[in-house]
Design a binder for this molecule. Structure first.
Ligand SMILES: NC(=O)C1=CN([C@@H]2O[C@H](COP(=O)(O)OP(=O)(O)OC[C@H]3O[C@@H](n4cnc5c(N)ncnc54)[C@H](O)[C@@H]3O)[C@@H](O)[C@H]2O)C=CC1
Ligand SMILES: O=C(O)[C@H]1O[C@H](OP(=O)(O)OP(=O)(O)OC[C@H]2O[C@@H](n3ccc(=O)[nH]c3=O)[C@H](O)[C@@H]2O)[C@H](O)[C@@H](O)[C@@H]1O
Length: 437
């Protein structure tokens, strides 16, 4: 099937390349010229494991193309909208201007029977409004909402073999046709056991924000427990292991530390709460404000721990910051807790030398005032404190004995609770985690 993907960022680039991998003829459209040039030449503009291989394979097969020209979508039967829905400046609500512009840009090129599929994360009510716009313009096209649950770092595998699919479709015959087209799109992605939920627009939109709100709540819950463990002298890691054995709770997303970031969880819970307020149901999502508040204060708690461990003064102390991306296996620094900690320490006058396997270029663009080292050992050399804030495998694997000889003081602060405290202490280090004795 011929497919177009509007918006080729973290979501759209992977979606386009994966759809080509599944055998479709795909054109990706983006307004960013540099991004389109990179994608068209088979080079990934973002760090995402496996993406570059798919881009090359897609180009070689002739089934994957990219363009800045909206008219390139002509002839496609299904059009995925994957543009950004960032937080509106100075507000909590989502900015829908890109989604609206993408749909307006599609209108002149749609043929009756085409399917426009929303993938972006939007406030509930958006799909109904966009279907009305398609109808009012006389496009003859149908809208479906097919939220995306991929995780950065696993985006390709999550797209090629999703753990579930959700279709929000209009009622009646149009909905049946939409479902049939989406089934065709995903025919090779769906295993026999892949759960498929076919529902209305509002439910599909809500499933997405509810999922992210639940994940964010789980993380803030365990971070609140970490605060109590710190005050009472308990170990949040053992606590998470213990409660995680209860299958009703589960161990995943119970890792305490400096909290969640990225281009989605933080802005999605804020937009959800803002939309609930518009619907007169602000009290139903009031807890999300607490989830956000717990999350945001973890960053300062980490900074306070560094200051305290350095005797109250960080001015001109060399602090090696391990990690900048909001999570490992990504170069994404949108709302990154790790980068935030580095910036706050720098603001206090510390001589920050930050390192990250993938996120230095994005961090440098946003915060050129920070010091950077591409080599981990260079970052560690002469450090008065080592602060681990993104749990890349190479940082978890550091040998405390070997790196002990590089630093000025053997002080390590583990913002992700991933280091073996016993091994670091045995090598002569002062180790401090978050919510660990
Ligand atoms: N990043 C992720 O892991 C996931 C993101 N999402 C959602 O997907 C949406 C996109 O997110 P990201 O890919 O992370 O954002 P992004 O910022 O990386 O990508 C958005 C892309 O859309 C392009 N764009 C903007 N207006 C356009 C237009 N009118 N025509 C063509 N292209 C246009 C931008 O140039 C940019 O390349 C958001 O709603 C997000 O919440 C959902 C699941 C996963
Ligand atoms: O809507 C989205 O964009 C996506 O948002 C998240 O995916 P992602 O942002 O890629 O990353 P996660 O793995 O969810 O991690 C988010 C943040 O939570 C933090 N985290 C995660 C787990 C944990 O136990 N503790 C914790 O602090 C991570 O370090 C990271 O900063 C969701 O997991 C995806 O399902 C969703 O599609």
């Amino acid at each position: 099937m011929k497919i177009s993907v509007i918006g080729c960022g973290y979501l759209g680039a992977v979606h386009a390349a994966s759809m080509a991998q599944l055998g479709h003829d795909v054109v990706g459209v983006d307004v960013d010229v540099a991004k389109v040039e990179a994608l068209a030449s088979g080079s990934a503009p973002i760090f995402e494991p496996g993406l570059e291989d798919l881009l090359r394979a897609g180009a070689a097969s002739g089934r994957l193309a990219f363009s800045t020209d909206a008219a390139a979508v002509r002839g496609a039967r299904v059009h995925f909208v994957a543009v950004g829905t960032p937080q509106r400046r100075g507000e909590n609500a989502a900015d829908l201007t890109y989604v609206d512009a993408a749909v307006e840009g599609l209108l002149p090129h749609l043929r009756p029977g085409d399917l426009v599929v929303g993938k972006s994360t939007v406030p509930v009510g958006t799909a109904a409004r966009l279907q009305a716009r398609l109808d009012e313009a006389g496009s003859g096209a149908t809208l479906a909402w097919n939220p995306e649950f991929l995780r950065e770092g696993f985006a390709v595998q999550d797209t090629i073999s999703p753990d579930r699919l959700v279709y929000g479709v209009p009622p009646g015959r149009r909905g049946e046709e939409a479902r049939a087209l989406l089934d065709e799109v995903y025919a090779d992605a769906i295993g026999r056991d892949t759960p498929l939920i076919v529902t209305d627009f509002a439910t599909a939109e809500l499933v997405k924000v509810a999922a992210n709100a639940f994940l964010a709540t789980k993380i803030s819950f365990i971070n609140a427990m970490a605060e109590i463990a710190d005050a009472a002298g308990g170990d949040v890691t053992a606590l998470a292991d213990a409660i995680g054995h209860d299958a009703r709770i589960g161990r995943r997303f119970l890792n305490a530390g400096i909290g969640f970031g990225g281009g989605c969880l933080p802005k999605d819970i804020r937009a959800f709460a803002a939309r609930a307020e518009e619907l007169g149901r602000g009290e139903s999502t009031a807890f999300l404000k607490e989830v956000d508040a717990i999350n945001l204060r973890r960053r300062q708690q980490m900074v306070d721990m560094v200051v305290e461990s350095l005797g109250g003064v960080v001015y001109q102390k060399k602090v090696a910051v391990l990690g900048l991306a909001f999570k490992p296996e990504s170069d994404d620094v949108r709302d990154s807790p790790a980068l935030d900690v580095a910036v706050r320490l720098n603001g206090l006058g510390a001589h920050v030398v930050a390192t990250d396997p993938a996120a230095i270029p994005n961090s440098l663009r946003m915060h050129p005032q920070l010091g950077f080292a591409t080599d981990t050992l260079d970052a560690l050399r002469g450090a008065d404190a080592v602060v681990l804030v993104t749990e890349w495998p190479e940082y978890r694997a550091l040998d405390p004995v070997a790196v002990g000889g590089l630093v000025s003081a053997k002080l390590v602060l583990d913002g992700r609770n991933v280091l073996d405290a016993g091994a670091w202490r045995a090598a002569g280090w002062t180790y401090r985690g978050m919510g660990r004795p």
